[in-house]
Every structure is written in structure tokens, then in C-alpha cells.
Design a protein around this ligand. Structure first.
Ligand SMILES: Nc1nc2c(c(=O)[nH]1)N[C@H]1C(S)=C(S)[C@@H](COP(=O)(O)O)O[C@H]1N2
Ligand SMILES: [Mo]
Length: 232
């Protein structure tokens, strides 16, 4: 994929080309090409990566960073015929935890000892009397584009967190505030930013990057053909 006519290639155009670039690729090269597309669409060359505190790189798949005040924030939790809507204050009124774990992006960068605060996902589900019964979860973002999934077993990990703070500071807009998902044992793409929905589904629904070639079970060091140190 390349630009033509010497016109500057904007991020949206590049992402469009990334999408088109996978059409017609031979099956054997399919995953490789998708992964390459992912890597290039989030690489500094594309111009959408901002360095942030502690070595995080700021990613977005939309044309910006969606802003929502804590006053306007709502988190919807749904299961079949149930639908609960939590305010930011209600999220903060749930049992609070702080967890320090490395954070690893599938493109290679790693932030050591990131300290997140918020509510552990299992605590949130328990407080709301949501019983997964082996069913998976689908997460949605108020950026309108990004989604993620966890199996029931993955969702039960004690370090999966609905986070409001990083290093004791409220999450910035760029970092996915006011509320994001954090899944430290999996590659960063599982850690959906701008979280606005947690939905119990009957089957795993592959997330945004998973539809574009990344592994659905995204264990650090054991997926995506990578050999990073696992996050424990
Ligand atoms: N809504 C949304 N969540 C997202 C992403 C994104 O583009 N949009 N990128 C993911 C990827 S690939 C990584 S590595 C982390 C990066 O988190 P950061 O932008 O806070 O550094 O966010 C994940 N969550
Ligand atoms: Mo990532």
C-alpha cells in the first residue's frame, strides 16, 4: 500500500488503506498481513501515537480522543433481560482495589509496574449480582468503534480491572478516562479505553483488533507469535 500523486497521506486515509490492503491476500499470508496492518496503523509513522506518562503510547482507532466528563459518564452492564446503568460515583462506590502490573503492547513496548486503581471486574459483577455461568463478556467503548471480549475464565482473573486511576491520578481522556478496562496478563489491546458497556453474551464476540487478525486469547508471551515475558 502506498500513497499516490504526492498528496500527504492522512491518518484516516492510511487506516482506510490498511483496511483495503487485506482484500485478496492469499489465505496463508492473511494473518501476517493483518498483523502488519495493525502494526503500521498504530506505529509512530502514522502520527497518531502520543507519548504519555511512564512510557505509555496513546492509541486510538478513531479520529481523536472522545471526551466524557465524570458527571456525564455512564457504564451500562447488561445480561439478557437486565440492564444496569452506573454513574462515575457509583463505580467509585464499588469496592476499590489497586493493582501494580506490567503493561505490554503487542507491538513491543512495555510499561513496568503500572499502578491502576478502580474496581476489580469480578467485584463489580458480584456487586451487581451478575452470574456469568460460563458465558463471556463483550466490552464497548464510547469512541463508538472499539470493542473487546473476555471469556468467563479470563474475566474471573483477580487482576482484571475497571480502572479509574493510573498512578493515583484520574485517568486522562487520552489514557481512556474516565473509566477503562485493564487486563494486565493480556496484550494491551484487551485493555479497552473509554469503557461504556459490559455485556454478557452467549458466545465470544471478537474485538476490534481481533477481527483484524490478533489472537482472541491474548496472553502476553503466549499469543500472537510473540515471546515476551508473561505478566504475572
Ligand atoms: N478504545 C480504545 N481502546 C484501546 C485502544 C484503542 O485504540 N481504542 N488501543 C489498545 C491498545 S492496542 C493498547 S496497547 C492500549 C494502549 O493504551 P494507552 O493508549 O493508554 O497507552 O489501549 C488499548 N485500548
Ligand atoms: Mo497495543
Amino acid at each position: 500500500m502506498s500513497s499516490s500523486g504526492g498528496a500527504p497521506v492522512g491518518r484516516r486515509v492510511v487506516l482506510g488503506l490498511v483496511g483495503l490492503g487485506v482484500v485478496g491476500v492469499a489465505a496463508g499470508d492473511y494473518l501476517a498481513s493483518l498483523t502488519a496492518g495493525v502494526a503500521s496503523s498504530v506505529s509512530p509513522a502514522v502520527g497518531q501515537v502520543i507519548p504519555a506518562a511512564g512510557g505509555f503510547r496513546i492509541y486510538t482507532v478513531t479520529n481523536g480522543y472522545p471526551e466524557r466528563s465524570t458527571a456525564d459518564y455512564r457504564l451500562v452492564v447488561s445480561d439478557r433481560d437486565r440492564r444496569v446503568e452506573l454513574t462515575y460515583a457509583e463505580v467509585q462506590a464499588l469496592p476499590q482495589s489497586t493493582i501494580t502490573k506490567d503493561f505490554q503492547c503487542v507491538t513491543g513496548w512495555r510499561v513496568e509496574d503500572a499502578t491502576w486503581s478502580g474496581v476489580v471486574l469480578t467485584d463489580l459483577l458480584a456487586e451487581l449480582d451478575v452470574d456469568l455461568g460460563g458465558r463471556p463478556l463483550r466490552f464497548t467503548s464510547f469512541d463508538g468503534a472499539y470493542t473487546e471480549s473476555l471469556t468467563a475464565d479470563q474475566a474471573a482473573l483477580p487482576d482484571v480491572m475497571v480502572a479509574t486511576h493510573l498512578w493515583n491520578e484520574p485517568l486522562s481522556t487520552e489514557m481512556g478516562g474516565p473509566v477503562r478496562l485493564v487486563v494486565p496478563q493480556m496484550y494491551g489491546y484487551k485493555s479497552l479505553k473509554w469503557l461504556d458497556g459490559i455485556h454478557v453474551t452467549s458466545e465470544v464476540v471478537p474485538g476490534y483488533w481481533e477481527e483484524r487478525g490478533y489472537d482472541i486469547d491474548a496472553w502476553v508471551g503466549k499469543s500472537n507469535g510473540r515471546s515476551d515475558d508473561p505478566v504475572t
